[in-house]
Design a protein around this ligand. Structure first.
Ligand code: SF4
Length: 289
């Protein structure tokens, strides 16, 4: 077992991120190092850039087709009320690792990933926050013939060039609400950049699976689902919709990080609610899981 391999639910806050926290009023603030452009520019031009990694899992079958090597990067501009990985919000919470070392770790699993029809999934956090590291891993994996998948909110999708999108075989795109006001409330960010990214993937014919996190009392409104379903129905390269049921597995992290968790009393969705939501998507002819 590699020292970087942890459960995706394991709390992981490294010293550097914890130190920067002391300068901020709230853990939910955006830290300077999260958006340090000089560091990102250096990473773009470096021969062997450093990325910040929360953890990785090998063997997941829920992050794309086949068996996946799922790499969780740190840094995220969203603050989703139901986030089960708030320890990934700040880039420096991750461990610094060079691109070449990360690629060697992935390459060790090349055979099993290929035989199973699987591949690499980069998740987070928001992987595009580490644009250079993420896109270069994808490029190298494509060159190795490994299927590539980006698990993203789409918030920073505009920073990916068309050429970079061609190195991503599948986008797992979270559309967290179809209603802009609810989206803002759930994530603290505007909805439009995600929709623009979805339209762009559609126009370019890049495959995507839309993921929708179903949270009772927050994202389960009938009209809101109708809006998301209409958006999905307009995406030409959409292959499926996945309904992800809210759970409380990340709750302990919010307590440990001292951040206000508003969903402490929220229950997972009842089977009838999940079925109603699935049916709303199915009624547009969409394939729903
Ligand atoms: S986009 Fe993902 S990692 Fe970022 S806050 Fe939302 S759920 Fe958490």
């Amino acid at each position: 077992m590699d020292t970087l391999a942890h459960s995706r639910y394991e709390l992981h806050v490294e010293r550097e991120g914890a130190q920067e926290r002391k300068k901020h009023k709230s853990y939910a603030d955006v830290y300077f190092s999260d958006i340090d452009e000089a560091e990102e520019i250096a990473a773009e031009t470096a021969e062997d850039p450093v990325g910040y990694v929360h953890s990785f899992d090998v063997g997941s079958t829920v992050d794309g087709p086949g068996i996946r090597f799922t790499l969780f990067l740190t840094g995220c501009p969203l603050r989703c009320l139901y986030c089960h990985n708030p320890d990934t919000w700040h880039k420096r919470n991750g461990r610094a690792i060079r691109l070449s070392r990360m690629l060697k770790k992935i390459a060790k699993y090349e055979r099993v990933l290929k035989i199973s029809g699987g591949g690499l999934t980069i998740s987070g956090g928001e992987p595009v926050q580490q644009h250079a590291f993420t896109t270069r891993i994808f490029k190298h994996c494509k060159a190795m013939g490994i299927h590539t998948c980006l698990d993203t909110s789409g918030r920073l999708g505009a920073s990916l060039s068309d050429a970079e999108l061609m190195d991503i075989d599948l986008n797992l795109l979270d559309i967290k609400s179809g209603d802009p006001q609810i989206y803002q409330r759930v994530t603290g960010q505007p909805l439009e950049p995600t929709l623009a990214y979805a339209r762009r993937l559609s126009d370019l014919g890049r495959p995507m699976w839309v993921r929708y996190v179903l949270v009772p009392g927050l994202t389960d409104g009938h009209d809101n689902i109708e809006k998301v379903a209409d958006i999905c129905a307009g995406l030409k390269s959409l292959e499926r919709v996945e309904i992800l049921k809210f759970h409380q597995m990340g709750a302990d992290k919010w307590a440990k990080l001292g951040i206000d968790y508003q969903l402490a009393d929220t229950q997972p969705p009842a089977p009838e609610l999940v079925e109603r939501v699935r049916e709303q998507f199915r009624s547009r002819g969409l394939k729903v899981f």
